[in-house]
Design a protein around this ligand. Structure first.
Ligand code: ADP
Length: 450
């Protein structure tokens, strides 16, 4: 960039220099030719005076320099010429300047000389005896002027070039310096050119975005590590007891009466493991965005009916009444995930309830949303735990959760599935029961694309 700026400044300086030479040459030319003509006129006046006084003798020994004096008789015969033999010269009466001098006393004209490629200036003055004194001289051409001043001109141009190169070097460094000094770690703290400000702002935005992304990645990584550790722990516990009971049974040291309860233990622990594994599979499927599942028009009431039907026997065993109310509401959603949401919420309502309690499911619709409400009159969720129950493996009462076959993943699955539908979840809980309200937007545009 420094080089580019340097080259540009140099190029501009040379261009300006060249461009300014043209008018300068014009002015110089004008000045010198006017000066020359004035000088010739003075010379003519002097020579005329001289000849008036002394006659042809005036010319004897006169050094006329580059000028040519011609003395012309009244009839055009050349009486004297400072450069040629007057006797062989043609009649000069037809010359413009001579004609004018004879008419008005003074005349002048410009002509290109036949031999030389230069412009000649002629001035003529009539003398008192009727003869005419004429002075001729080659007028400077621009080229001649240029050749005359080429040496000082070259020196001036060279000096100007050197100065502009030094200045250009200095300037280009000065221009680039603030850019080189930009502290990209703290973009907004730099004092930069106005034009660079948007660029600096963008870097700052990108950096904030990167920091945010990094923090999110770190958080996700931490959650993943915690999840893996939790999963291993959760699987290890039932696996240990299964192994213990199986070893005892294998050794044949178990009393006949204990075989049945031991087998029951192995059965319930392995069921716990398989529901844990199922929940983990569901959750990782949701984590990866459930991309293989399609949104389709679904009747939330019918889905709730299916979930309630399949939980009815569990509810009966727990001595909890499970009922469904409401109306048919259609929405854009993934049926399996909607089923999962309703199933998990109802299952919790049954699990964390008292004998003789109840769980009611209600499906209602508005113009823009479908609302699912699951209410129970169970043990309730303490205020301080309400925010955390959606975390993976978070349980308010771990032993109770285990006793009722909980995995600690149900509400995480509900949260993820709701998120995919852009649905919101509200929890209202007291010691006398809990109410979960899930609000789904009806339109497909509102739902997160999967
Ligand atoms: P779990 O498999 O343990 O039920 P969840 O993620 O479904 O895991 O729920 C997390 C915790 O939230 C449960 O362990 C329980 O303590 C509490 N919880 C969830 N639903 C209810 C409810 N309806 N009533 C009381 N407590 C609940």
């Amino acid at each position: 960039m420094t080089k580019q700026i340097f080259r540009s400044i140099c190029a501009v300086a040379i261009l300006v220099l060249m461009a300014s030479l043209v008018p300068v040459m014009g002015v110089l030319y004008n000045y010198f030719s006017t000066q020359q003509i004035e000088q010739m006129k003075v010379q003519l006046a002097l020579a005329s005076q001289g000849v008036e006084g002394e006659g042809a003798v005036y010319f004897d020994g006169l050094d006329t320099g580059d000028y040519r004096f011609t003395w012309i008789d009244v009839d055009g015969t050349v009486l004297y010429d400072s450069q040629s033999d007057s006797s062989v010269m043609e009649n000069h009466l037809d010359r413009d300047e001579v004609v004018q001098a004879l008419e008005k006393g003074y005349g002048e004209s410009r002509r290109y000389s036949r031999t030389l490629t230069e412009q000649m200036f002629y001035c003529a003055q009539a003398l008192s005896d009727g003869t005419v004194m004429r002075l001729a001289g080659a007028q400077y051409t621009i080229f001649m002027l240029f050749m005359g001043i080429i040496q000082p001109l070259t020196a001036v141009v060279l000096v100007a070039l050197i100065i502009s190169m030094v200045l250009a070097r200095h300037l280009s460094k000065q221009i680039v310096k603030p850019l080189n000094e930009i502290n990209l770690d703290q973009p907004l703290e730099n004092q930069v050119y106005e034009e660079i400000q948007p660029f600096v702002n963008r870097i700052d935005n990108q950096q904030s975005q990167l920091k945010q992304d990094k923090a999110e990645l770190e958080k996700a990584e931490k959650i993943r590590q915690e999840f893996t550790a939790n999963v291993s722990h959760e699987l290890k516990t039932p696996l240990h007891s299964i192994r213990g009971y199986a070893e005892l049974l294998k050794s044949g040291m178990v009393r006949e009466a204990d075989i049945q309860p031991f087998a029951e233990k192995i059965y319930s622990e392995s069921r716990r493991m398989s529901s844990l594994v199922n929940d983990i599979i569901d959750l990782s499927h949701l984590d990866s965005g459930a991309k293989d599942m399609q949104m389709e028009e679904t009747d939330l009431y019918l889905t709730a009916q299916n979930a309630v039907d399949s939980l009815q026997s569990i509810a009966e065993v727990a001595d909890v009444e499970l009922c469904l109310t409401g109306e048919s509401v259609r929405l854009q959603g993934i049926p399996q995930l909607l089923y999962g949401i309703i199933y998990n919420l109802c299952d919790n309502g049954i699990k964390y309830n008292h004998k003789g309690g109840s769980v009611s499911v209600d499906v209602a619709g508005t113009d823009t949303s479908a609302v699912l409400t699951v209410t129970d009159n169970g043990i309730g969720i303490p205020q301080q735990d309400k925010e955390r129950i959606f975390e993976r493996f978070y349980r308010v009462d771990k032993s109770r959760s285990k006793a009722v076959g909980g995995t600690g993943l149900g509400l995480s699955i509900v949260k993820h599935a709701a998120l995919i539908h852009n649905a919101t979840i509200d929890v209202d809980s007291t010691e006398t029961g809990t109410k979960f309200v899930v609000t789904f937007p009806k339109n497909r545009e509102n739902a997160q694309s999967v």
